[in-house]
Each structure stands twice: as C-alpha cells, then as structure tokens.
Design a protein around this ligand. Structure first.
Ligand code: CO
Length: 200
C-alpha cells in the first residue's frame, strides 16, 4: 500500500513562534528520552523537506535547538565551480543546543538563501564567511568549533531562527525571487543579480 505523504509540520512565516526568542534547553533535559525524541523528529522533518538545517521553532517548539546536515545528494545540481564558490561541502549531521555564534574576521559572502518556513522563495543574503559556534550537543557535551563557507551560512540562518529572525529580515529585498524565477540568477555572481534586479 502506498502511504500518502503526511503534511509537513514546518510552520510558515506569520506564525508567532517564528518571531519569538526561543528558551534555552534546561540542563536537566539534556540526555533525556523526551529531548532525544524531539531531535529525532527534527532530523526526520529536515530530511523529508529536504533541507540543510532546521530550528525547533520551525516545528512549533520554542527551544534553542537546531539540527544541520548537508548531504552530497542535496548539492548534486551544483557544478563543481558553483560548489567551490559557495564553500558547499558535505556536512555530517549535527545537533546544537543553546548555541552562541560569533563572526570570525570581516569577510562576507553573498548568495541566494531560502527557508522551509518561507516556502517558495529565495533572496540574496550577505553573511559572515566564517563563524565560531559554541553550545551543547543533545547529551550535554560542550561543542565548540570554527567553520567557513556554506556550513557557516546554515549556522547563521538557523541560529537566527532561535532569536526570532528570518532571512527576509536580512535579505537584499529587491533580489527576493519566486523559486520559479530564481533559476535565472542562481548560477550568476551575486553582483550581477544585484545589478539586474536592483534597478530603479
Ligand atoms: Co529557515
């Protein structure tokens, strides 16, 4: 029997949970069955979407918890130069709780970005090229690392969700595209897209 696909549990822009500051996960909940189940659910939702990251508020849970994973299959449409330009590399599954993020250096990168909670659109967003992240994993172990390129973009996007911020708050507004039109721009340098769309 073929099972009909369940409706996505990802909440969409307009839901207040996406605009609230998420609460820290209490120490007592780390390593618990209940937290493990929440993490499992988030990973399943992210993979089903498919997406490269998901924050707990996106499934209606106002907790400081994110999951990330970038698999080879998700970047299959990009050419090798496009991958290199974006710094897009496979990134193993990571669970981060109560994360703190700091920019490393002044270098910035501008690329198209979308969000599972703003379905059907994308826009250019300038982000820090490298970030330092500290936090905990789901078992309560300390996590600290520095990362560059696409994973740094995903982390900035997801940690923004924990502060009630969406990429549309940071985007270059005139580059906002329906996915159907974005194919015109996705392979071009951001500067060219900006020139051609930001016409007044
Ligand atoms: Co998002």
């Amino acid at each position: 029997m073929i099972k009909a696909a369940a409706p996505s549990p990802v909440v969409q822009a307009g839901h207040p949970v996406l605009r609230a500051v998420a609460a820290p996960v209490e120490r007592a909940r780390l390593g618990s069955k209940e937290l493990g189940a929440l993490v499992q659910k988030m990973v399943a939702v992210m993979r089903a979407a498919p997406g490269v990251g998901l924050a707990a508020p996106q499934i209606g849970v106002g907790l400081q918890l994110i999951v990330l994973e970038d698999a080879e299959a998700l970047m299959a449409k990009l050419t090798p130069p496009e991958r290199a330009l974006r710094g897009r590399v496979p990134y193993p599954l990571q669970v981060l709780i109560n994360p703190k993020l700091r920019f490393v250096g002044d270098e910035r990168a501008t690329f198209f970005e979308g969000c599972l909670s703003v379905k059907g659109y994308m826009a250019l967003v300038e982000r820090a090229l490298s970030v330092e992240v500290t936090g905990l994993d789901e078992h309560g172990n300390d996590v600290a690392f520095t990362v560059s390129g696409w994973p740094a973009r995903i982390l900035q996007h997801e940690i923004d969700h924990l502060n009630g911020t969406l990429y549309v708050d940071r985007m270059m507004t005139r580059t906002f595209c329906c996915n159907e039109e974005a194919s015109r721009w996705i392979g071009l340098p951001a500067s060219e897209t900006k020139t051609k769309l930001d016409v007044r």
